[in-house]
Design a protein around this ligand. Sequence first.
Ligand SMILES: [Zn+2]
Length: 188
Amino acid sequence: MKKTSHMTRWNYCPQCATPLEMLPMQEDSGIVERLRCGACGFTHWNNPVPVLAAIVEYQGKVLLARNALWPPKMFALITGFMEAGETAQEGIAREVKEETNLDVQSLDLVGVYDFQRMNQVIIAFHAVCDGEVRLSPELVDWRLYDLPELKCWPAGTGYALADWLRTRGQEPVFLTPEENAERRRGLD
Ligand SMILES: [Zn+2]
């Protein structure tokens, strides 16, 4: 998945180019201060962005992949942004194809998870896939894991993996704080 623009600060109104300011306004929930345009009334709502994620089941194992920008020990689910005009199911099948070249044979929803640090909401699927793995340039490595080998990480997609493992009768094991720090080393 490409880097998001969640850290981007909006400086100007996209409608009239007036500098945006934190302005109070009456909303359904009361007076709320948000980044708004004093000239035309535009509000930057900053709603969370939906992100699709797939627990890819391939040859009876779970495929995790490593992004080129990630530390060497960091493997994770296939993720991507939804595009306009597609369903979540179409979007995750497209992302799996683009990132791994695999074809999705069946999909089921695992759950919906918040990822507030990134202002995202994660829609996680279990995707049974076949075909031949060919990674996109965004990804540099992939591994297949038997279910007992998988360790979950304490973030949105890791909780999705844990919930899915439970549906397979596998009690999820989470990384210890030390293991998680090691996995993320160099990321922050
Ligand atoms: Zn404006």
